[in-house]
Ligand binder design. Structure first.
Ligand code: C2E
Ligand code: MG
Ligand code: MG
Ligand code: MG
Length: 279
């Protein structure tokens, strides 16, 4: 029956809510059980120098294959892992695994790893990073830690301290999803990032609207003024690539020339010369 009184509708929604909450709870339990198993894997997406068209590094992206539900996207399980605190062991595994993998490459390409806000708030984050670098033998400047401006929503001065300590490990700090939040410029003001990543929502507008191109150009010129290299993410078309090359974007990353995939799929050695953007 489509029509019902307010009370009935309320009960209907309440029970739906219960079902959603139960599902989330079950997923959180499954997530906990999955840690340390092969359900988690890293996929690697190449990043290219826009000028030389050579691979410059890879971003490690976490994948979860649930035993019954199949592949669950990070947009679903990362927030859940953050709420439950499971992001700490999981994030540590990601960092260790990505550094171990990159240390085995014949060429000194960079490896970018996403850090969540919960990891950032961990008292011993810098110690953990140092330890992982020393355990894996990865040269610290090959590690790029990607953070978002949400770090600065908390206590700005503490964030600056943590970022400074992180940088003292020798790792590089990139600002991910630049331009999407409320305080991207404040974050740039507060800290010297080693790289700015233009969010793909802006890249997607290149060629579609005048605004799209204008915003991307403005971010590129901001990076140039600050002396911070800019990487654009989410490049899906030749047109976007040409625009970014024309406006001297330092690096690019996107489905056009490289979807995230298991490292084994790259076949043996990770050689930047083999990963040229094809003309
Ligand atoms: P992100 O760090 O901004 O990563 C880039 C996302 O854009 C990835 O989605 C990637 O697959 C996607 N992408 C790259 N190129 C293209 C493109 O050309 N078109 C489109 N449509 N998408 C593209 P993914 O792997 O689903 O990850 C989503 C987000 O989940 C990441 O955004 C990051 O915030 C988070 N995440 C992924 N792995 C980890 C992790 O190990 N730790 C933490 N804390 N967060 C992670
Ligand atoms: Mg790189
Ligand atoms: Mg990222
Ligand atoms: Mg991003």
């Amino acid at each position: 029956h489509a029509k019902s009184d307010g009370k009935g509708r309320y009960r209907f929604f309440a029970s739906e809510m219960d079902a959603a909450a139960r599902e989330r709870h079950q997923l959180a339990l499954d997530l906990r059980a999955a840690i340390g198993t092969t359900q988690f894997a890293l996929h690697y997406q190449p990043q290219f120098e826009a000028a030389t068209r050579r691979a410059s590094g890879f971003e490690a992206l976490l994948r979860w294959t649930h035993p019954t539900l199949g592949s669950i996207p990070p947009s679903q399980f990362v927030p859940l892992a953050e709420e439950t605190g499971l992001i700490l062991p999981l994030g540590e595994w990601v960092l260790h695994e990505a550094c171990r993998e990159a240390a085995s490459w014949a060429n000194p390409l960079t490896i970018a790893v996403n850090l969540s806000i919960a990891q950032f708030q961990q008292a011993d984050l810098c110690e953990r990073v140092r330890e992982i670098l020393s355990q894996t033998g990865l040269r610290p400047d090959r590690l790029e830690l990607e953070v978002t401006e949400s770090l600065f929503l908390e206590t700005t001065s503490r964030s600056q301290d943590v970022l400074r300590d992180l940088k003292a490990t020798g790792a590089r700090i990139s600002m991910d999803d630049f331009g999407t939040g409320y305080s991207s410029l404040s974050a740039l003001q507060a800290f010297s990032f080693d790289k700015i990543k233009i969010d793909r929502s802006f890249v997607a507008q290149i060629g579609l609207t005048n605004k799209g191109g204008a915003i991307v150009r403005a971010i590129l010129s901001l990076g140039e003024s600050l002396g911070v290299p800019v990487i654009a993410e989410g490049i899906e078309t030749e047109e976007q690539l040409a625009f970014l090359q024309q406006h001297r974007c330092a690096e690019i990353q996107g489905f056009l020339y490289g979807r995230p995939k298991p490292i084994a799929d790259y076949g043996g050695l990770i050689d930047p010369a083999k990963y040229l953007l094809v003309a």
